[in-house]
Write a protein that binds this ligand. Sequence first.
Ligand SMILES: *Cc1c(COP(=O)(O)O)cnc(C)c1O
Length: 393
Amino acid sequence: MSGRDPGTGLIHHPYQAPDGFESPAVAVHKGSTVFFPSVAAMRSRTWKDKSAYTYGLHGTPTTFTLEERIAALEGGRHTLLVGSGLAAIALVNLSLLRAGDEVLLPDNVYGPSRELALHELAQYGVSHRIYDPMAGADALRAAIGERTRLVWIEAAGSVTLEFPDVRALVAVARERRVTVALDNTWGAGIAFPAFGLGSGHGVDVSVHALTKYPSGGGDVLMGAITSVDRQLHERLMMTHGRLGLAVGANDAELVLRSLPSLHLRYHAQDRAAREIAAWALRRPEFARVLHPALPDSPGHAHWASLCTAAAGLVSVVFDARHDGAAVDRFVDALQLFRIGYSWGGPISLAMPYRVQTMRNFAPPAAGSLVRLCIGLEHPDDLIADLEQALQAL
Ligand SMILES: *Cc1c(COP(=O)(O)O)cnc(C)c1O
């Protein structure tokens, strides 16, 4: 060593830190390049069963650890990580569908998922059909055709929070031997068991926007794809590798750091959202309050039979005497609630929607809707903020 240039010595330094360091944190392992101790080791290593490391794209100790924890959270066996929830949806579609196939999307699907079907999937010869998730098992059975290869389910629905009969929809997909994928972002692995719906049923694939509750900070984009069946996982995993969809080590570490408080945050936001929903029911400005735990919210009985909790989302539909401009003034007048899309963080959010323009079937409520995503502020302060903003109507 001593004959080498000191600069080389900084790169190839012989000191190795001792093993045995332990702390609450999972280490941030970074690497595009992974070293092999020998050519033989390079030739014999495989990343597919997580028994070794070959290239940053195929996993590091940090990403393998996060994958295992998300699989455990969701009650699945295998998890893949990608750069956003939407990328997770895209990966499932691109991996499982080929030209000539059809995919079924629920009418309450996450909006960008519909856009993906309208554009890229159509461009690759994959057609889609929208089904009414609230019309029950027979409607889904009727919508499944010869070419249907994949059915998506969303529970509760984005924006309108209607809760479909998940068990019945999954049973129909099983009966017709069509793969069924759930967008599990709302349930987060906490509200209901996607892979254990009773009597041997479960979804095949669960997609989770880790961007939301698992991140918990409003500061990370990440998505997860979880499954139980090894063959299905390998199919998804090979597409994942071929498309090159790795996540950054620092982002993985941020999610790992937030996971221990996931259950506490989820249940706190659930409690606060229910308090706010109960307050909203008493206000004359709102024609409807949409939250699956409310008895007259669409699909309440399905929610009650499946779930032990609910996410911190509540949508309010304004009475027709308040026009869109007045509702926009209400949203602008909010002070603690900020205007933004990506929920699950500490700060409460409000977003106005014109639901009629987003649906093929009749939405559960017409009129101006504002979705409230409850953060970690005290619910009394949030209610006071909503009350002062109602003056702006
Ligand atoms: C946010 C969200 C997504 C997409 O997640 P991103 O990480 O923002 O791409 C997908 N589905 C649902 C239900 C979501 O709320």
